[in-house]
Design a binder for this molecule. Structure first.
Ligand code: PBG
Length: 331
């Protein structure tokens, strides 16, 4: 025999069964969190396709319930809700209104599907007329977002979402100190048991483009670079994560996902909290677009990308592919 002893990786790749038994990472349906966009509207049939996100919709409360019912039947475990209010104002009142659209949707879903984990995105940007995630002085167009005055409103939003029955709140605003503010407010109001899944590491990313159409939350002036992180910075992610852990976060989100797998891996290795990766709108839409053009195999790329999150160390994946994945599993 010529080469008796070198490593032969192909030995364990010979058959599907062999590959299956040595597979290191598997995506499970309970790893996935499905985002939904719910619209405050009088039209119960409202179901508007989001053109930049094929397969995703803005939904009325009725349509949301119908859509979620399908997911639940397929084994969906959790959802994250984004709201599109009928009216916006400079201080994002709809975010913390007792009958705000996210609060209404949460009540509806918890009533219809008590077991379903309903997570609420906690932010002002969908509710402010200027589109920023925090407070901007009325009439000011310099784009200055005021940190500490925003904290009170975010805390109020978290409490009103918990009151509506949210199983978890997910602050995505990137104001400093918001996890502590929310934790204190939740505890003080009898919601000490409600976990905070914090967007601890959220970059100022162009991959959010389609979401801003979906959630109608494009900043009307300026950009989000004074609060979201610079995509060039990896070490800074550690500081952001540590701050959120100190303030009481229960789960750490890294966002976006695919271009930031190094950050997912770093957080997974550095901390013992579960890490969630957010495969954002732009990531989803790129895969859909290429697949719709016949340039890639959409299903295979979806599975590969989800598995890559697990390999990098993500426990959870927030992904618009959740329903597609569940449909595939149930075949
Ligand atoms: C808002 C928020 C955004 C996303 C989730 N929450 C948009 C943004 O920060 O501009 C993006 C999600 C996606 O692109 O899928 N705070």
């Amino acid at each position: 025999m010529d080469y008796p002893s070198f490593f032969r990786g192909r030995r364990l790749r010979k058959t599907q069964n062999l590959r299956d038994i040595v597979r290191e990472n598997v995506v499970r349906s309970e790893d996935l969190i499905m985002p939904y966009f719910v619209v405050e509207t009088d039209d119960p049939d409202f179901r508007k396709p989001i053109s930049a996100m094929p397969g995703q919709f803005q939904l009325s409360l009725d349509q949301l319930e119908k859509q979620v019912a399908e997911g639940v039947a397929l084994g969906m475990h959790s959802v994250i809700l984004f709201g599109i209010p009928a009216k916006k104002d400079y201080k994002g009142s709809g975010a913390y209104a007792g009958d705000g659209i996210v609060q209404q949707a949460t009540r509806r879903l918890k009533k219809a599907f008590p077991e379903l984990i309903v997570i609420t995105d906690t932010c002002l940007c969908e509710f402010t007329d200027h589109g920023h995630c925090g407070l901007v002085k009325q009439g000011d167009t310099t784009g200055e977002v005021h940190n500490d005055p925003t904290l009170k409103l975010l805390a109020k939003t978290a409490v009103s979402q918990a009151e509506a029955g949210a199983d978890m709140v997910a602050p995505s605003d990137m104001m400093d100190g918001r996890v502590a503010a929310m934790r204190q407010a939740l505890d003080a109001n009898g919601y000490a048991h409600v976990p905070i899944m914090s967007y601890a590491v959220k970059y100022a990313s162009a991959f959010y483009g389609p979401f801003r159409e979906a959630a109608e939350s494009t900043p009307q002036f300026g950009d989000r670079k004074t609060y979201q992180m610079d995509p060039a910075n990896g070490r800074e992610a550690m500081r952001e994560a540590m701050a959120d852990i100190d303030e009481g976060a229960d789960i750490l989100i890294v966002k976006p996902g695919m271009p930031y797998l190094d950050i997912v891996r770093t957080l997974h290795e550095s901390f013992d909290l579960p890490v969630a990766a957010y495969q954002v709108s732009g990531e989803y839409s790129m895969i859909k677009a290429a697949a719709d053009n016949g340039w890639i195999d959409g299903t295979a790329v979806m599975m590969e990308s989800l598995t890559a999150f697990k390999r990098a160390g993500a426990k959870l994946i927030i992904t618009y592919f959740t329903e597609d994945f569940l449909r595939l599993q149930s075949k």
